[in-house]
Design a protein around this ligand. Structure first.
Ligand SMILES: NC(=O)c1ccc[n+]([C@@H]2O[C@H](COP(=O)([O-])OP(=O)(O)OC[C@H]3O[C@@H](n4cnc5c(N)ncnc54)[C@H](OP(=O)(O)O)[C@@H]3O)[C@@H](O)[C@H]2O)c1
Length: 273
């Protein structure tokens, strides 16, 4: 075994791709999953499962105790894509996005920090380009990823005296189950449009469906994101941020961040037509 580092990713998509890559590179990998059948699938790939829900501190404490050795790297990857026109998103659904994507990441890091401090290890947070530019219909998800940008900035400086390095991965669209899951979730939670708004919101929902399908088909392979995580773990001088997207998406994101709000809004509004 080349390294004795560990990582705690989720059970599918980017988490699974990262766990596989790290296994191939000789890491001992722990993977956070929520269901026993997924735990079994991880074992079959040589990944040690940790049954946990990141919104439950007691699960994280149990997972920490289950590790019988030091921890070198942590990937806080668990995430849900809560999307839809904001007026139709219930407060509880928005809260879930923050609970999992922000507080879940925070609680995960907090649970494993004593070990990471000892190893002068690495923390990798899974952000998104949605943490750089908030597109319409992605409000709750973008809010959670913007919050992760802040978490990463504060942690990076706070942990630097301990030799713990912190990186944020900012993927664009990646072909994972998150998109289909997002649509299914939206069908379950979106409130009916108020009378008189059906035309506008009906169109928005059509656009959201189209975008989700396109992202699922044309997104980057999750392995590309896994490579960025590997760099964040192995580079002697890891970057604060790794933006992983098609070059056109990177250009578009950087441009949208620079433009004055009225121009930016006009450009973005074209997404909705
Ligand atoms: N796909 C993209 O285009 C994209 C782009 C930028 C950033 N990201 C980020 O990448 C990360 C991984 O997403 P993905 O695209 O790989 O989608 P995914 O396959 O749906 O992975 C999400 C993972 O999070 C886990 N999870 C959700 N809620 C959890 C909870 N309360 N406790 C523990 N685990 C939980 C899921 O487990 P279950 O299977 O048990 O639900 C799943 O393993 C997310 O943070 C996402 O925001 C994705």
């Amino acid at each position: 075994m080349r390294y004795s580092g560990q990582v705690a990713p989720g059970g599918s998509g980017i988490g699974r791709a990262t766990a596989r890559l790290l296994c191939q590179r000789g890491y001992r990998v722990y993977g956070g999953v929520r269901r026993e059948e997924e735990a079994e699938a991880l074992r079959a790939e040589g990944i040690t499962p940790l049954l946990l829900d990141v919104t439950r501190e007691e699960d994280l404490a149990r997972a920490r105790e289950a590790l019988q050795e030091g921890l070198y790297g942590l990937l806080a990857n668990a995430g849900v894509a809560v999307a839809g026109p904001l007026e139709l998103v219930p407060v509880a659904a928005f809260r879930e996005a923050l609970e999992v994507n922000v507080l879940g990441a925070f609680a995960t890091v907090k649970a494993f920090l004593p070990s990471l401090r000892q190893s002068r290890g690495r923390v990798v947070l899974m952000g998104s380009v949605s943490g750089l530019v908030a597109l319409p219909l992605m409000g709750p998800y973008a809010a959670s990823k913007f919050a992760l940008e802040a978490l990463a900035d504060a942690l990076r400086v706070e942990l630097s005296p301990f030799g713990v390095r912190v990186s944020l991965i900012e993927p664009g669209s990646v072909a994972t189950p998150i998109w289909e899951r997002s649509l299914k979730r939206a069908e379950a939670y979106l409130e009916p449009p108020p009378p008189g708004t059906e035309g506008v919101y009906g169109r928005y929902l059509e656009v959201a469906r189209r975008l989700a399908e396109r992202n699922a088909q044309r997104g980057l392979p999750p392995e590309r994101v896994a490579e960025a995580v590997l760099k964040a773990l192995e580079s002697p001088n890891p970057k604060a941020r790794y933006l992983v997207a098609h070059p056109a998406r990177i250009r578009e994101t950087l441009l949208l961040r620079l433009l004055p709000a009225p121009w930016r809004d006009r450009l973005i509004a074209r997404f909705l037509s």
